[in-house]
Design a protein around this ligand. Structure first.
Ligand SMILES: Nc1nc2c(ncn2[C@@H]2O[C@H](COP(=O)(O)OP(=O)(O)OP(=O)(O)O)[C@@H](O)[C@H]2O)c(=O)[nH]1
Ligand SMILES: [Mg+2]
Length: 322
């Protein structure tokens, strides 16, 4: 009997903003690593995660939504997304089920042709439409690009997502695993904590305010709980944390570009900042499995989204990514 060969490769997840790229990646790897929200341009950087089973290892690269950039941050995001297309073995183009296709779709189709990789069209959010319409939507996309395969799914409702893995596996090169099976992501705990805070700000705030927010973790320290609790400190036996002996002390700045936005982020009597802080603390506690003390501050950095130096200090730098 011949031994089945192992497959390993990189898969880029690309598409317009808000189509569900990060939701699908989190679902496929079975863990929440990339943040998600109902607002476009949630993902700003390339986020790598690793899926490993007995027959293959898939290294996913989630990317920012490709869009018409209105500032330098937008240009950076588009550059990150387009660079991934040439670095991977297989591309997933995620779209929503609709018969609308415009300049954005044509642009992406042209970039895919340039990349010359196998492309799987993943039509996501099929839970939102009448299934009878799907063949028509697929025909429209087929007229834009000669896909290797088209897979209709709902990442949120877990419909047909296994087929995405099968379609990828069929096109992965043979090879050994690059990472050990415990590796899940290239993101540090500090980066994930910052992203969780940004996610809660995105979800709590409206209009243009959340898009101008960046998060800077100024301090993140782990300490062991004392045997007898200090005032305000919970004793290990009080809370069912996975790691009951540890506390994370985190201080973070919510960076905004306008003075007028600072007041909105803080809210009446500090209520909005408190809401964001409470949700973020819970999210970080889920990630660390330990108690978290989170202190949030709001700082104004005028027009940081058009300032390459400020962008660099906030982690949006193409050079540091490579
Ligand atoms: N109904 C429905 N909603 C979905 C599905 N997949 C994702 N969503 C929702 O779509 C919104 C956007 O999801 P994200 O995963 O953040 O989308 P994205 O493509 O990563 O967005 P950007 O990072 O901004 O490019 C969120 O509110 C998700 O809950 C789906 O299958 N069905
Ligand atoms: Mg995303």
């Amino acid at each position: 009997m011949t031994k089945k060969s192992f497959k390993c490769g990189f898969v880029g997840i690309a598409g317009r903003p808000n189509v569900g790229k990060s939701t699908l990646m989190n679902h496929l790897i079975g863990q929440k690593i990339a943040i998600t929200s109902g607002k476009p341009q949630t993902t700003r950087s390339r986020i790598q995660t690793v899926y490993t089973d007995e027959s293959c290892q898939i290294i996913f690269l989630d990317t920012p939504g490709i869009h018409k950039a209105k500032n330098r941050l937008g240009e950076y995001m588009d550059e990150v997304a387009l660079a991934v297309l040439s670095e991977v073995d297989v591309i997933l183009w995620l779209v929503e089920p609709s018969d609308f296709s415009g300049e954005g779709e044509k642009f992406i189709a042209r970039q895919l042709k340039l990349a010359g990789k196998p492309v799987i069209l993943v039509m996501n959010k099929i839970d939102t439409v009448d299934r009878k319409k799907l063949p028509r939507f697929m025909d429209l996309y087929r007229s834009l690009y000669p896909f290797d395969e088209i897979v209709p799914v709902s990442a949120l409702r877990n419909i047909n997502t296994e087929s995405v893995l099968e379609a990828i596996k069929a096109r992965l090169p043979e090879g050994h695993a690059f990472y050990d099976e415990d590796t899940v992501t290239d993101q540090t705990m500090r980066q994930i904590a910052g992203e969780i805070i940004r996610e809660k700000a995105l979800r709590c705030l409206n209009e243009e305010v959340p898009h101008g927010i960046a998060v800077e973790i100024s301090s993140m320290k782990e300490r062991k709980k004392r045997k007898s609790a200090a005032p305000g400190e919970t004793r290990p036996e009080d809370v069912p944390y996975e790691d009951p002996d540890t506390i994370w002390d985190i201080e973070a700045n919510l960076i905004t570009e306008k003075d007028s936005h600072k007041g909105i982020i803080i809210g009446k009597g500090g209520s909005m900042l408190k809401k964001i802080g409470t949700q973020a603390r819970r999210g970080i506690e889920e990630m660390t499995g330990a108690q978290v003390n989170l202190k949030l501050f709001v700082k104004v950095r005028p027009d940081w989204r058009d300032n390459p130096q400020l962008m660099r200090t906030l982690g949006y730098d193409l050079k540091s990514r490579r």
